[in-house]
Design a protein around this ligand. Structure first.
Ligand SMILES: Cc1ncc(COP(=O)(O)O)c(C=O)c1O
Length: 376
């Protein structure tokens, strides 16, 4: 991989987790979502740090992610948010991972495999209350899940759902989903003859709907410092990931200089062009061509021409003092300037999730605290 690197601020991440923890009631467990390499932040390090900060529950999409979290947090409870393959039952049992069950057939085949392996698998039922993705369709969930409570191979410990859309205020479409969920929960708990661990909210619902805190909430993006800008939100968090690289060439050019593939930019006046070492192969989206900025020397420099596979050209300004080797910030802070993933996301009509998870996983992650506090 190229010479760029990612810096994660452990103190900032701890502060975000603390903000979450203190906003939630004591009885509600944060279930920290660390899938997709903890949204680009590094699943092993994030899980270790979060476990050290008191987080007991984690959520992942795939068994290999669960294995990473298990190594980093030996006592954690880990929920698998993707539908497990029955062939993975032995592995999941060994890792003490709690898979979701998405329908009756899925539950039966997990149970059969568990029985064959002489294990009893702790699982959570996943109810599709309107997301239109994974889970028992809410309308007949009560009937469909009934027989699973009699399967020897399964220990149904929890029940969950996921919101498609959450808004503040009375017309929130998530309300219908929540009502459906509570309806199914009632039937499930009756069939189980005991209370189940209920979790339904991810970041946005956690931010706007304290009434749905239940036994667990599953924040992802909020813990990484995004999505908390809604004034109605009860939690404030800050981004903790910065992405940096180096300037590799600097040139003074006259007006009329075409820049990059297909010359999509021509300098209107004499200026200084700086080439920095990052490109779309690293996860810096090509749709940011001629749109975004990077920080060099504490100043915003516009990306000019097409973002290419490994290099980006920026206009550093006529009087720039940039030189090869200087630090360039793609996401983060330099001097008093900041560029965060939500700014890049807006420019390419996507969401900060895609920007963060798109940063190539092979790029080095450094865990540094830019403002170390004495005595901690
Ligand atoms: C089922 C489920 N729960 C929770 C989350 C976390 O969502 P967010 O990052 O918006 O908090 C996700 C994210 O994709 C998810 O798929």
């Amino acid at each position: 991989m190229g010479p760029s690197w990612v810096e994660i601020d452990p103190g900032g991440l701890r502060a975000n987790l603390e903000a979450l923890r203190s906003a939630l009631p004591k009885a509600t467990e944060p279930v920290l979502v660390v899938k997709a390499n903890a949204y680009g932040h590094g699943a092993a390090q994030v899980a270790k740090l979060a476990a050290g900060a008191g987080v007991k529950w984690f959520a992942v999409a795939y068994p290999d992610e669960a294995a990473t979290v298990r190594r980093a947090a030996p006592r954690a409870r880990i929920v698998l948010l993707g539908p497990a393959d029955p062939a993975e039952v032995a592995l999941l049992a060994r890792l003490r991972v709690i898979p979701i069950v998405v329908d009756a057939d899925h539950g039966r085949s997990l149970a059969a495999e568990a029985k064959k392996r002489k294990v009893r698998l702790s699982v959570h039922l996943k109810i599709d209350t309107g997301m239109g993705r994974l889970g028992f369709p809410w309308s007949d969930a009560a009937t469909a899940m009934g027989p699973l409570f009699r399967e020897e191979g399964l220990k149904i410990d929890g029940i969950c759902s996921h919101f498609a859309r959450v808004e503040s205020g009375r017309d929130d479409p998530a309300r219908a989903q929540a009502e459906r969920f509570f309806h199914v929960v009632e039937a499930a708990e009756q069939a189980a003859g005991r209370r189940l661990f209920r979790h339904v909210s991810s970041s946005r619902a956690a931010l706007l709907h304290p009434e749905w805190d239940l036994d667990g909430v599953r924040p992802g993006i909020l813990a990484y410092g995004y999505g908390a800008s809604d004034a109605a939100g009860r939690i404030q968090t800050r981004p903790v990931l910065q992405w940096k690289t180096r300037v590799v060439q600097v040139r003074r050019v006259p007006a009329g200089t075409a820049v990059g593939y297909y010359g999509t930019y021509t300098t209107p006046a004499a200026t200084t062009l700086a080439v920095i070492a990052a490109g779309y192969a690293d996860g810096y989206l090509r749709t940011l061509s001629n749109r975004s900025h990077v920080l060099i020397g504490g100043r915003r420099c516009r990306v000019v021409g097409r973002v290419s596979m490994n290099w980006i050209t920026v206009d550093a300004g006529l009087y720039a003092s940039a030189k090869p080797g200087d630090e360039a910030v793609l996401i983060g802070r330099q001097g008093n300037q900041e560029i965060w993933a939500d700014e890049l996301a807006t420019l390419c009509r996507t969401i900060p999730y895609e920007i963060l998870t798109g940063i190539n996983a092979s790029i080095e992650r450094r865990y540094t605290n830019p403002h170390p506090q004495t005595g901690t």
